[in-house]
Design a protein around this ligand. Structure first.
Ligand SMILES: *[C@@H]1O[C@H](CO)[C@@H](O)[C@H](O)[C@H]1NC(C)=O
Ligand SMILES: *[C@@H]1O[C@H](CO)[C@@H](O)[C@H](O)[C@H]1NC(C)=O
Length: 366
């Protein structure tokens, strides 16, 4: 008698998910502006499968250096320097209606990224700019932890005085700003983590008290400031605004070869690199990639995302010189990795933003 061994392969099919969409009306009373966003996440996933574990994780990994006095210091500075944002944060606190989600706690979250520069370095993210013909296509992956923050990601459309200004996709919209933004008819923008000069808690608290805005508020300024109505003006603004931690701005424009990577640090200046000064590659197009390391340095051995993306782009076939091609690069491991929450493809020339909620992806050697 012959026994057949049946191997049952349990395959898990991962797929992207559609992100919940919410409209933000910046003409509404400030306390009301973000309540629907909070409610949308809580209704869909519940606190214990969204904000709860995210807050717990970052209390342990990001905010542990803050004393109760530090929370008060940050809260006071925001109330003094950013009264409108303070009201918005208060509205979010009201909507949570939980005893330990206080204004002080949300104020610290407003500077989440800056505080993270003192306490952790788990942040990744990749930005790609592909210049083809008269368009610049912008790919953006957001990588973060913990996984439950995927359930907080929203696709926001922002309007003011009845006019639609742009779109954003993010999980930390509850700091009332943006780190991924399409400003209609002007630019696509992405902020990435940069490993720069060391930052101490005292230095950061001093910046915050001096009124240096959260980095997410810089893009909010870009969005609402009607004078920042061209790619070049946005670039000049983001080369010169005050920042409280190291970061990169990856920006695509509406015209031919409009694309830059701006490297920022509170203590030092660096040259901006741009698509327009790149040579055409042998197939007649240009690209730039940014992860978390300066362009004049090699990728570290253990994080080759930029090198891998650049290799894929350099060999890109003619029929992929479009949004599909950029998506394919963004979806390749390890550019799409364990921590990737979403992929956004933006095209400022056509005011197009395409968003995918991404599952975790891990390379398997078997
Ligand atoms: C609120 O308190 C509970 C119990 O101590 C804790 O588990 C949770 O992480 C706290 N939430 C915040 C936002 O600090
Ligand atoms: C806030 O929660 C309490 C119970 O903890 C409830 O009695 C109250 O109605 C809630 N307030 C709002 C505005 O939802």
């Amino acid at each position: 008698m012959q026994y057949k061994i049946v191997l049952l392969l349990l395959a898990t099919a991962f797929c992207f998910n559609y992100l919940p969409e919410v409209e933000i009306d910046l003409s509404a009373p400030p306390r009301q502006r973000w309540k629907e966003s909070v409610r949308t996440v809580l209704d869909l996933y519940g606190y214990d499968n969204s904000f709860g574990p995210v807050f717990e994780f970052h209390n342990e990994n990001t905010f542990y250096i803050l004393t109760p006095e530090d929370y008060t210091t940050i809260a006071k500075a925001i109330r003094k320097n950013f009264p409108e944002y303070s009201l918005e944060l208060e509205g979010i606190v009201e909507e949570f209606n939980r005893s330990n989600i206080t204004f002080e706690y949300m104020a610290a979250w407003a500077y989440f990224h800056e505080i993270g520069h003192i306490t952790n370095d788990v942040t990744e993210c990749t930005g790609v700019l592909l210049s083809i013909g008269d368009q610049v296509i912008h790919g953006r992956n957001m990588d973060q932890y913990p996984g439950q923050a995927r359930n907080i990601v929203l696709h926001l459309t922002i309007k003011k005085d009845g006019k639609y200004l742009g779109e954003s996709v993010d999980w930390y919209w509850f700091k009332v700003g943006f780190v991924t933004l399409l400003k209609y008819n002007v630019a696509s923008l992405e902020e990435n983590w940069r490993f720069g000069n060391a930052l101490s808690k005292d230095q950061l608290l001093t910046f915050i008290q001096q009124g240096v805005p959260s980095l997410a508020w810089a893009y909010r300024d870009v969005l609402v400031n009607e004078k920042l109505n061209t790619f070049d003006k946005v670039v000049t603004y983001l080369e010169n605004n005050q920042v409280a931690c190291p970061l990169y701005n990856i920006i695509g424009g509406t015209g031919k070869d409009q694309g830059v990577i701006i490297s920022r640090d509170p203590f030092e200046n660096y040259p901006t690199i741009s698509l327009s000064s790149q040579p055409l590659n042998q197939n007649g197009f240009k690209y730039l990639v940014e992860t978390n390391y300066d362009h004049w340095l090699q990728d570290p051995e253990d994080d080759q995302r930029r090198t891998i993306a650049e290799n894929l782009l350099s060999k890109m076939q003619n029929n992929l010189l479009n949004e599909f091609g950029v998506y394919a690069v963004m979806d390749t491991y390890p550019i799409h990795n364990e921590g990737t929450f979403y992929t956004v493809i933006m095209n400022a020339k056509y005011n197009r933003l395409i968003a995918f909620g991404q599952p975790s992806i891990t390379l398997s050697d078997e």
